[in-house]
Ligand binder design. Structure first.
Ligand SMILES: Nc1ncnc2c1ncn2[C@@H]1O[C@H](COP(=O)(O)OP(=O)(O)O)[C@@H](O)[C@H]1O
Ligand SMILES: [Mg+2]
Length: 367
């Protein structure tokens, strides 16, 4: 069983910098866990502590049932794939993939068998005699993955393995790694700053910021129920829109008043929002929850807002409309057929059942 458990793990660098601050996280056997967050949030440091490449300042890490704090990297039964593939340039691909097994004194025929098997899985069998400089970036990436596979480790660790590939190759390899996970049935911990990669690959995603674990859940739960403003803004593309305003109460009803724009809250939210009446608050609405009124039958008049259309971006399959209330700009994501005139006011409808509210000071999600 290859579950991995982090308990109150910290990494404190010289000068007292807490690169990783009290992370507790359980990764289940055979799970695909993605650590995601902006550059510098402590993802690589966390992964390197799991790998044994970085000492743990505080807390404990378990792989399987074994506490590994003091166990050297080579004895942890994990394999790591890095962003820069770090292949040996003078060795053939076969030798590159065989190297780790040779060091561990595996019998020759088993090495050949394992390398061939991995090469077969990754579709690089015909390249095994070549040197790294004689293949493409995508193929090099496969060799780096192959080198990890041949070890048949309990846990795979990936640190931004696709960052050096072009956009198309990245999408391709993303699918490949997903397939690989299904085929190998091994625990994977995968680090990326790319929220699309995280969403499409992870069984669960752990969102980090400033060394702190912000939220860990399956991708859709994180998308639909972000724990705070940071998570809401980080996951989703184009990102969620934030509007800053006040909650006002009028004739028993609650409204969000931005100054220029005013919308009525759905009653389900009244209980949680009532303490904020008269106070400043942040509203979050995803671009796909804003509609052009022309395409909505029976829009509730209290949810209709009149705003200026500044830019229209047709993407073929959909259209992004950039809007301006006079106080804030925001984006609506609408169907391909929907192309409003630029520099004119237009009516939009907010799906108020989908909005989130965040506490202005704590930035925690209220609803
Ligand atoms: N060896 C080190 N000494 C001091 N600070 C470091 C060291 N390695 C990383 N850091 C700092 O720790 C933080 C987290 O780094 P890292 O884990 O590499 O982030 P990420 O992988 O999420 O981009 C950063 O602020 C980085 O500057
Ligand atoms: Mg990193």
């Amino acid at each position: 069983m290859a579950q991995v458990s982090l308990q109150n793990v910290c990494k404190i660098y010289a000068g007292g910098i807490r690169a990783v601050n009290n992370i507790s996280l359980g990764i289940e056997n055979k799970e695909f866990m993605v650590l995601v967050g902006p550059s510098g949030c402590g993802k690589s440091t966390t992964l390197r502590m799991i790998a044994g490449l970085e000492e743990i300042s505080e807390g404990n890490i378990y792989i399987g049932d074994r506490k590994v704090n003091r166990i050297p990297a080579k004895d942890r039964d994990i394999a790591m794939v890095f962003q820069n593939y770090s292949l040996y340039p003078h060795m053939s691909l076969f030798e590159n993939m065989a190297f780790g097994l040779k060091l561990r004194k595996y019998p020759k025929n088993e090495i050949i068998e394992r390398v061939n098997e991995a090469a077969e899985i990754l579709g690089i069998k015909h390249l095994l005699d070549r040197k790294p400089k004689e293949i493409s970036g995508g193929e090099r990436q496969r060799v780096a993955v192959g080198r990890a596979i041949v070890r048949k480790p309990m846990v795979f660790l990936f640190d931004e393995p696709l960052s050096n590939l072009d956009a198309k190759k990245r999408v391709e390899m993303r699918t490949e790694i997903n397939k690989l996970h299904i085929r190998l049935q091994t625990t994977i911990i995968y680090v990326t700053h790319d929220q699309v990669e995280a969403m499409t690959m992870g069984d669960r995603i752990a969102v980090m910021e400033k060394g702190i674990l912000q939220q860990c859940a399956d991708p859709i739960s994180v998308y639909d129920h972000p724990k705070n403003k940071f998570v809401a803004g980080f996951i989703g593309s184009p990102p969620i829109n934030f509007l800053y305003g006040k909650i006002v109460k009028k004739e028993g009803r609650l409204y969000f008043d931005e100054g220029k724009l005013k919308v009525k809250l759905v009653e389900d939210m009244y209980k949680k929002i009532t303490p904020y009446v008269g106070k400043e608050i942040t509203l979050g609405i995803r671009p796909e929850d804003v509609y052009d009124k022309l395409f909505v039958s029976e829009a509730p008049p209290e949810n209709v807002v009149r705003v200026n259309c500044e830019v229209v971006e047709p993407l073929g399959s959909e259209v992004y409309i950039h809007l301006n209330t006079g106080k804030h700009t925001f984006v609506a994501r609408v169907g391909a057929h929907n192309k409003p005139a630029v520099n004119q006011d237009m009516d939009l409808v907010f799906d108020m059942s989908k909005v989130h509210f965040f506490d202005k000071d704590t930035e925690e999600t209220i609803v």
